[in-house]
Design a protein around this ligand. Structure first.
Ligand code: TTP
Ligand code: MG
Length: 373
C-alpha cells in the first residue's frame, strides 16, 4: 500500500489576475479589486490585490481609504469587482482540474483538492510532473498562474501550496513532513486563527514543532478534547479526511418535447421510460439515492403541471423509479383532458449513497467488540 498523493491547486491573486488578463496594460502596476459598499466613493474594502500592491501592505480586507493612502503616487489601479467574469473563470478552471483527479473537491472560489494517488501510482515524482502539466494547462486555457502544493494529505497539500506563492509548486513527501512542518509558525496550520495563536504563544508555542512536542493531555484540557486532539494531530501532519466532492445538487431531471401533441398514454410512457433511464444514469454517476420521484407535463391549456411521490426508503432502483413515474402519469392523465406537449421526470430529495456505506463500515467496526464482550 502506498501513501495517498493529494494536491491543492490555488489560483494566484485570483480576482486581480483576472483583471490583468482582461487588460494586460495594468500588469506592472499595483492593482486593487474593490468591493464597494456604495455609501461613498471610498467606502468598502479590497477583495484582493496583485502582488505589487501587496508589497505596499495592501491586501484582502484593507479598506479602500487606507489602500488609496498606501498607494498614493504609485500609479495604482482601483477596480470594481466583476463577479460574472470570476464565476466563469472559476468554473472553467475547475472543469479542467477535475479531469486530472481520481477524486475532486472544489474548495472556495479559486481552490480545489485533487486526490491523484491512482493517476500517479503513488509516486511523488510523477505527481510533480503532473502538477507542472496542470499549471501549464491552466495558463494555456485561462492565462492564469496558480500555486500547487502536493503532500500525503489535504492538510500538508494546503500548507505546501502557500509555501512558494505566487506561481509555486511545492512537493512534500511523507518522509519530509516533519522537517517541512516543524519550523513553520503555528498560524500556518489550518484552523489556527489569531485567538488560538495568542493562546499558544502564551504557552511558549511559536512553531509547529513546539506544538508537536507539547503534551496532548494538556492541550486537551486547555482547548477542549476535540480541538486539542486536532492541534496535536495537525502538528504531526496527520489528516485522514478524504478528498470528496460535497455537491449541493437538489435534484436530477430531464424533459422532452413530443413530436406531436398527444393523450396517448403508451406514447407518453415510452418517452418517460427513456427519460428515466437517462436520469437514473446521472443519479448513479453522482452516487446518490432518491427519495422523491416527480413528473411534469406541459399542455397548451393547463400550462406546466407537476406531480411527485416520496418513496418509503431512499433508493437508486430504476424499476421503482419507472413504476412510480407510470403511476403518476396515469393519475395526471385522469385529471384533465388536454393534449400533452412536453413530458419530464425528476428525482429529488437526494442523499449521498456513501453515507450508507460509511454507516455500515462503522457498524462492522464495532461488531467484533460486541462479539468478544
Ligand atoms: P484567496 O485565494 O484567499 O486569495 P487570492 O487568490 O486573491 O490570493 P493568493 O495568491 O494569496 O491565493 O481568495 C480568492 C479570491 O476570493 C480573491 O481573489 C478575492 C476573493 N476574496 C474576497 O473577496 N474577500 C476576501 O476576504 C478574500 C480572502 C478573498
Ligand atoms: Mg488564491
Amino acid at each position: 500500500m502506498f501513501s495517498r498523493v493529494v494536491m491543492l491547486v490555488d489560483l494566484d491573486y485570483f480576482f486581480a489576475q483576472c483583471e490583468e488578463v482582461k487588460d494586460p496594460s495594468i500588469r506592472d502596476k499595483p492593482v486593487v479589486v474593490c468591493h464597494h459598499t456604495g455609501r461613498s466613493e471610498n467606502s468598502g474594502v479590497a477583495c484582493t490585490t496583485n502582488y505589487i500592491a501587496r508589497e505596499y501592505g495592501v491586501k484582502s480586507g484593507t479598506t479602500i481609504t487606507k489602500a488609496r493612502k498606501l498607494l498614493r503616487h504609485k500609479n495604482a489601479i482601483f477596480l470594481e469587482s466583476d463577479y460574472t467574469l470570476y464565476r466563469r473563470v472559476s468554473k472553467s478552471v475547475k472543469r479542467l482540474l477535475e479531469k486530472f483527479a481520481d477524486h475532486f473537491e472544489p474548495f472556495g472560489v479559486d481552490e480545489a483538492y485533487l486526490d491523484v494517488t491512482k493517476k500517479v501510482q503513488g509516486s511523488f515524482k510523477k505527481a510533480k510532473i503532473l502538477g507542472q502539466r496542470i499549471k501549464d494547462e491552466v495558463k494555456e486555457k485561462e492565462k492564469l498562474s496558480c500555486s500547487i502544493g502536493i503532500g500525503p494529505n489535504k492538510l500538508i497539500a494546503k500548507i505546501a501550496s502557500e509555501q512558494e506563492k505566487p506561481n509555486g509548486l511545492t512537493v512534500v513527501k511523507p518522509c519530509e513532513v516533519e522537517s517541512f512542518l516543524f519550523p513553520l509558525p503555528i498560524k500556518r496550520l489550518f484552523g489556527v486563527g489569531r485567538r488560538t495563536e495568542k493562546k499558544l504563544f502564551s504557552l511558549g508555542v511559536m512553531k509547529i514543532g513546539h506544538l508537536a512536542k507539547y503534551d496532548l493531555e494538556k492541550l486537551k484540557s486547555i482547548f477542549g478534547n476535540k480541538p486539542g486532539a486536532y492541534l496535536h494531530n495537525a502538528s504531526w501532519g496527520i489528516d485522514n479526511s478524504p478528498v470528496e466532492q460535497v455537491e449541493i445538487i437538489k435534484s436530477v431531471g430531464n424533459s422532452y418535447t413530443l413530436k406531436t401533441n398527444t393523450r396517448d398514454l403508451e406514447v407518453i410512457l415510452e418517452k418517460a421510460s427513456e427519460l428515466c433511464e437517462k436520469v437514473h444514469k446521472r443519479l448513479l454517476k453522482k452516487n446518490f439515492l432518491y427519495r422523491t420521484v416527480g413528473i411534469s407535463v406541459s399542455t397548451r391549456r393547463m400550462g406546466f403541471i407537476t406531480r411527485a411521490k416520496t418513496v418509503k426508503n431512499a433508493s437508486n432502483n430504476l424499476e421503482l423509479f419507472k413504476k412510480t413515474v407510470k403511476e403518476l402519469f396515469e393519475k395526471i392523465m385522469d385529471e384533465f383532458e388536454s393534449e400533452v406537449r412536453r413530458v419530464g421526470v425528476r428525482l429529488s430529495n437526494l442523499v449521498k449513497e456513501k453515507k450508507k456505506q460509511k454507516q455500515l463500515i462503522q457498524f462492522l467496526e464495532v461488531l467484533p467488540r460486541i462479539k468478544s464482550s
